[in-house]
Design a protein around this ligand. Sequence first.
Ligand SMILES: Nc1ncnc2c1ncn2[C@@H]1O[C@H](COP(=O)(O)OP(=O)(O)O)[C@@H](O)[C@H]1O
Ligand SMILES: [Mg+2]
Length: 336
Amino acid sequence: MNLSHPCDPIANAPRRIHIEKCRFNYENKSYRIVINKLEIHNNLKICFADLYLNEQFNKKIVIKAYGSTNSKHLNQDLYNVLVDEIKNHSEIEAKVGYSNYFSHMLFHFWTKHHIGIIFDDFGTTLDKINITNYSLKYKIQMVSQLISQVNFLQENNIYHGDLKPSNICMGPDGNIVLIDFGIGYLEEYHSNKMLNIKYNTTITSGSSEYSKIYFEYCAGNEFPKELFDKSQHFAVGGLIFGILTNKPTSYFSKCLEILISLKNPNEKLEKLNLPNRFKYFNKQFSNAICEFISKELDTVPELIQFKPILLNMFEYDYTKRQSLNLIASQFEKINT
Ligand SMILES: Nc1ncnc2c1ncn2[C@@H]1O[C@H](COP(=O)(O)OP(=O)(O)O)[C@@H](O)[C@H]1O
Ligand SMILES: [Mg+2]
């Protein structure tokens, strides 16, 4: 069956299926979906389900979908969020290969009014897991997995751009998987074609530097890959801090608090031109975060050893931040 449509924006995305009454066929195999739970998340449907292949239980899946039977009620922005995510996954897959990154889409479906992606179920997100009883050794393993996944993507010039606890899953086997590549962006930022940085990631991803990069981009300025990579150190550092302190979301709520307080009418800030405003803003942000991290780590003796590594990740000057490879090796050293 030819499922493509003249204005199909993702006609070339792999593994397109057509679902009817919870069944679909792909490459001469028949699949059946049994939905166990349905949640609404940011107006998208998230279905937790079992996938049966040739009537045998195959695996647990999650379906992220959006649609409306009435085209008048279709919210095009929401629809496009999934179009972008499918595009991102196709591009990432073309670049690193299907099996080289865990978060790949298994299948996707598309009509003018319905769109969705099927993923493996990767478990519970970090914001919903109680990690209080995990040993420090185990938590360092989680940290290593996280760093290695972000690093793998960065080495391939893929930037997740929305790293936060609700976008990190942990399976029953203890494996950490990044999800939600809706705003991920790729290498093409150099050629200025595919840049897809959203201002709001400044807040949600806990990095003050996305806005700086965006500004440089709009001004037509070149910026080094190192800045791009290391802008993610804030979010990664925040996640590591959250794992170590058993409070995965605390860095992210603190970020919001700081950002709001810095954005409040501020005479000094108003007088500055845009580049200097970012400079001032990012400096203040870095100082406030470092103070917070320091204070928190000082209260737990076994965590004081991580203070230099973490404070370095939040350095104002990105060139002073260590590479993820080096950070990973420091964690490994502590764990041996
Ligand atoms: N593959 C998956 N495995 C397990 N849970 C998932 C998966 N994909 C999504 N979820 C759950 O659904 C929520 C929303 O999915 P996400 O892709 O982050 O969408 P949004 O763009 O709305 O943030 C996640 O925070 C997580 O709880
Ligand atoms: Mg998400």
